[in-house]
Write a protein that binds this ligand. Structure first.
Ligand code: PSU
Ligand code: MN
Length: 310
């Protein structure tokens, strides 16, 4: 270790298990809560959240699901809190711009990739596992709808393991923006950037690594250089769980048309599209989504263990 762990920010509430692991330099894996509250239907979302925490534990790390509870940024949710974030449909989706309001008004909030990254960094956690990243939306050249997840990747030192970006977004422009922002995009065991439901997107990744140790060393190099930015690790869905691009692309095209027809805007767009894709695919997409999150949890935990061992 070149530096001893930084103490967690005093505004945070850390679960005792998470605090102990961080103080000892043991591996901790951050998990987000918007994927629970707005990313999957109940009760699959709660089952997924519990299962992923189990996968992280089995892999030898401590899971830290991050959310805002009564205005308190909380790192490590209890089991009944996972249930509440899955079941309560009134819980707000909280990105970074929403953090001061949710904290100052003392309400609950489900954190996105962006706000989870920020809170993880304040806690001293460097590895974060999720399903999919936000990115540049289709039509962003006129709407300017670009997820704050990309901004955060440019300025917060957390490595995010995802299955890439789904084609509700403009994948090519998302990769262009990540390049502009100076964010390393690592293909994990792949030369092609994955498109969430499928292993392929037709677009190459700028760099490829094949083992958790290699990824851990890349994270370490970024930290040691003081780059201060995040890292996107793109881990393709296992082949046996992927959907044919032709099948999922048709579903996504219909979901995008419905979103437009319904006049959905702003932060509601992504949750609407995610829900509509599950409906239009008769749940088939949910199976793939669950499989890729499990896989990300296994790979991300192995990376966290390797990083803690450097
Ligand atoms: N993509 C998914 N599942 C999700 C999300 C995206 O496959 O749950 C969530 C994540 O929390 C992500 C957020 O950070 O949506 C992005 O929302 P927006 O596009 O409004 O930035
Ligand atoms: Mn947006």
């Amino acid at each position: 270790m070149t530096t001893s762990p930084r103490p967690p920010h005093p505004a945070l509430a850390l679960a005792p298990e998470v605090a102990a692991a961080l103080a000892d330099g043991r591996p901790v894996v951050a998990l987000e809560s918007t994927i629970i509250s707005h990313g999957m239907p109940y009760p699959h979302n709660v089952a997924m959240a519990r299962e992923v925490e189990g996968i992280v534990r089995d892999g030898g790390a401590v899971p830290a699901t991050i959310a805002i509870l009564d205005g308190r940024p909380t790192v490590g949710l209890a089991d009944d809190q996972l249930e509440m974030f899955g079941a309560d449909t009134a819980i707000r989706k909280v990105s970074v711009r929403d953090l001061p309001h949710v904290v100052s008004t003392g309400v609950h909030g489900a954190t996105t990739v962006a706000s989870t990254m920020r809170i993880a960094a304040l806690a001293g956690i460097r590895i974060f596992v999720t399903g999919g990243l936000g990115g540049v939306h289709q039509g962003a050249e006129t709407s300017m709808d670009v997820s704050a997840d990309l901004t955060e990747l440019s300025r917060t030192e957390v490595a995010v393991i995802s299955a890439g970006v789904k084609s509700i977004l403009d994948i090519g422009r998302t990769l262009e923006v990540l390049e502009t922002l100076g964010v390393p995009v690592v293909g994990y065991g792949t030369d092609e950037f994955p498109s969430f439901f499928s292993r392929s997107s037709g677009l190459p990744v700028p760099m490829r690594l094949d083992t958790p140790e290699e990824v851990a060393r890349l994270i370490r190099a970024s930290v040691d250089l003081g780059l201060g930015s995040g890292i996107a690790i793109a881990n393709p869905v296992p082949a046996e769980d992927e959907m044919a691009r032709a099948d999922i692309d048709g579903v996504i095209a219909r979901a995008l048309a419905d979103c437009d027809a319904q006049g959905i805007t702003g932060k509601d767009i992504t949750p609407y599209l995610l829900g509509r894709i599950v409906e239009l695919s008769d749940g088939r997409s949910l199976e793939t989504n669950l499989a890729l999150v499990r896989h990300n949890a296994r790979v991300g935990t192995a990376i966290a263990v390797a990083y803690a061992g450097l």
